[in-house]
Design a protein around this ligand. Structure first.
Ligand code: KG4
Ligand code: ZN
Length: 338
């Protein structure tokens, strides 16, 4: 079963052709619009939608040309139906549905966060249910109890900013590039610890499994304002702020996800979404490998990509009913996945 995955929920145009039976990637391609949005310090939805229109077909044609596969061999199409930005979602949905109609093959709408979550299973054949998933991206920070395929219960979430958003906003404050997560991580690694900044870890000791990141970001804002009144921020200062911000944010994620495993008596923790690419987060969780089994996708498949959509589509193909209507879902709770 060869299944084409299409991802256009935000600013990455991702495609992949996945052979489910052979568990092989036939091809994958990703076009990142990050450079374009960097000019504005964040994603501009209208520009993102237009760029997906320009990129999707050339990406697919180029990959088809370079492979020995013909269009007729594609057996199903999976696409991101939400949550995400309405315009970019519409582009992917229109593209996937038209192609499915033309090729007369099934089309499968996929929940973007579910695809992130499922992607951790790609290299983890020994992962068994139930497990806890920490889903961390630019728009979501969720702790999910996964009892069986399609049975998700959100048991913790952010009360304000998503953790990826906090990374992005903090990077913007520090005049680093977009997306902010990799920039903060890079700068934190360069920190020589000259300044000992101390930022809050909001809600870290709360009894529930929720998070809050806006106070952390605001605390960085005040610190930056305060320091900038006295002098220009030196590279060392920026590195030290990035270091302490990352420590604070990751401490919250680690503490609450371990607590979730304990409460739910889960031995397996699955880490997914763009922020799961963060090495410090992985290292901090790896320290608990004696008490939990830890799973995460390779770094390139943590951030948005076409393969996660194709892979999730393959898991769902048996439930597919033919439906060519386009009905994107910019707001879609993980608990309402069918
Ligand atoms: O999953 P993703 O690619 O897109 C969404 O679904 O939102 O996640 C993007 C988010 C961005 O906020 C980005 O800054 C963050 O993931 N991110 C990271 C890292 N790489 C990407 N955050 C921390 N450390 C990283 N290495
Ligand atoms: Zn994502």
């Amino acid at each position: 079963m060869k299944i084409l995955g299409i991802e256009t929920s935000c600013d990455e145009t991702g495609i992949a052709l996945y052979d489910g039976k052979a568990n092989q990637i036939v091809f994958e391609a990703l076009y990142s619009q990050a450079e374009e949005h960097d000019l504005y310090g964040g994603v501009v939805p209208e520009l993102a939608a237009r760029d997906h229109i320009n990129r999707l077909l050339p990406l697919l044609k180029n990959k088809m040309k370079g492979s020995s596969i013909s269009m007729k061999e594609i057996e199903a199409i999976a696409f991101t139906n939400g949550p995400g930005l309405r315009g970019p979602l519409m582009v992917g949905a229109g593209f996937a549905n038209s192609l499915s109609y033309a090729l007369d093959i099934p089309v499968i709408p996929i929940h973007h966060m579910e695809a992130h979550l499922i992607m951790a299973k790609y290299d983890a054949e020994d992962l068994t249910y139930p497990f806890i998933s920490l889903l961390v991206s630019g728009g979501h920070t969720l702790i999910v109890k996964v009892s069986s395929p399609n049975a998700y219960k959100v048991i913790g979430q952010t009360k304000d900013d998503a953790v990826g958003e906090a990374f992005d906003k903090t990077a913007k404050l520090l005049k680093l590039g977009y997306p902010g997560g990799p920039e903060i991580e890079k700068r934190a690694l360069l920190s020589k610890g000259k300044h000992h900044f101390s930022f809050p870890r909001p809600m870290i000791d709360s009894k529930d499994l929720n998070f809050s990141f806006s106070g952390l970001k605001t605390s960085v804002l005040y610190k930056v304002k305060d320091l900038s009144e006295k002098e220009d921020l030196s590279e060392d200062t920026v590195n030290d702020i990035a270091f302490e911000f990352q420590n604070a944010a990751i401490d919250c994620l680690v503490k609450k996800s371990l607590k979730a495993c304990l409460i739910e008596q889960s031995q397996s923790l699955v880490l997914s979404g763009g922020v799961a690419a963060n090495k410090y987060l992985r290292e901090e969780l790896e320290k608990h490998k004696g008490t939990i089994n830890l799973y995460y996708p390779d770094q390139k498949h943590c951030t948005d990509n076409g393969l996660m959509i194709a892979f999730a589509g393959f898991q769902k193909i048996k439930e597919q009913t033919k439906d060519f209507s386009i009905d994107v879902a910019p707001r879609w709770s993980l608990e309402n996945v069918q």
